[in-house]
Design a protein around this ligand. Structure first.
Ligand SMILES: CSC[C@H]1O[C@H](OP(=O)(O)O)[C@H](O)[C@@H]1O
Length: 343
């Protein structure tokens, strides 16, 4: 079934109310498959193997995973075991811990036998809130895009983005993509340079799929092209999502984001980071304190495409999955409360 049209919810509770239904993103855009998660183990695997990914979305998935664990066994021991198990699935996005902590906050005071239903309800609420947060980010981002376009009203607004911070990384709308959708719908001519985002190509595979589905003009580029485009005046602004913004405003995001921020700074291109409050980590002082996920080198030595997977080097590879962009390189943070220069 080819997904037609624009954004939608990438996670919902199953029809019987006892599981979670997610889009398995591993074969996008070539194939679209929805899978039902039926246990904490299902949720942990889907996060760890990146069937589903994106900071807010892995938080929502883990929340349902904890609810499913409590439906099996509502004891404190089971709660603590499932919390640790799900938290360990991926270390960098703070949303995972945030969502699990919200579930624990909800159920801890309750008797073991009465925890499952409130846990599922809290997971539902986390999803509903994420949609509203992203819609608000989009509304504020629309005004930002309107201002940016007013500087060059004779041509489209050229935006560069890295990785996927769209509805496939959240429950719906996305963070960095929300302004793109709303500006396009408001008749502001937007064109998006989409970094392929090696090694897993979330940009080429997912962001391009999203923008095409919404009819937003876009061009996929290599990760190495962004600096040239900025130097030659072809980028009006960069906007990215994030997996964690620390207390001092450092931004942890997909590997390669830092290089885009450096090029933006050097060329006087504004660099914006879109995030909901659930991605802000006041308890972590700086980006140096954030655990950077190291994924399998196989994600670098092999590339997945329409025809399957092929090896692209005879060597082994390192694969740090995130990097840190220092706050000094960030022009502004686009949040549900508006655009702020400091978080
Ligand atoms: C709004 S999610 C943003 C963030 O999540 C992605 O990481 P991954 O695809 O590895 O889960 C990427 O860093 C996005 O920018």
């Amino acid at each position: 079934m080819k997904l037609q049209g624009t954004h939608q919810r990438s996670i919902t509770r199953t029809a019987d109310g006892r599981g979670a239904r997610i889009m398995d993103q591993r074969d996008l855009p070539w194939a679209i498959s929805w899978v039902e998660l039926r246990s904490a183990a299902d949720a942990e695997r889907a996060i760890r193997e990146m069937w589903t990914r994106g900071a807010p979305l892995i938080g929502a998935t883990a929340a349902y995973g904890l609810a499913m664990a409590l439906a099996e066994d509502g004891s404190d021991e089971a709660l603590d075991r499932a919390y640790r198990f799900l938290l360990a699935s991926r270390p960098t996005a703070v949303n995972l811990r945030w969502a699990l902590d919200k579930l624990v906050e909800t159920v801890r005071p309750l008797p073991a036998a009465e925890r499952a239903a409130p846990a599922f309800a809290r997971a539902d609420a986390i999803c509903d809130e994420d949609v509203e947060l992203n819609r608000a980010i989009g509304a504020h981002g629309l005004e930002l895009f309107r201002e940016l376009h007013a500087r060059h009203p004779d041509r489209p607004l050229n935006i560069l983005t890295h990785c996927n911070a769209g509805w496939l990384a959240t429950v719906d709308y996305g963070t960095a993509t929300a302004p793109m959708y709303l500006a396009h719908d408001a008749g502001i001519p937007v064109h998006v340079w989409v970094d392929e985002t090696r090694p897993r190509n979330q940009g080429a595979l997912l962001t391009a799929f999203e923008l095409a589905g919404h009819g937003v003009p876009h061009t996929v580029i290599t990760d190495n092209a962004g600096g040239h485009l900025m130097m030659t005046g072809q980028v009006d602004a960069v906007i990215v999502g994030t997996d964690r913004v620390t207390a001092n405003g450092d931004v942890c995001n997909k590997i390669g984001t830092y290089l885009k921020a450096l090029a933006a700074k050097d060329n006087g291109v504004p660099f914006y980071v879109a995030l909901p409050y659930t991605t802000f980590d006041a308890d972590t002082a700086t980006g140096a304190d954030v655990p950077i996920e190291e994924r399998s080198g196989d994600e670098v030595t092999h590339v997945s495409g329409e025809g399957g997977r092929i090896r692209v080097t005879a060597s082994t590879a390192a694969n740090p999955a995130f990097d840190v962009t220092p706050a000094r390189l960030v022009t502004g943070y686009l949040t549900e409360r508006g655009l702020v220069e400091k978080v």
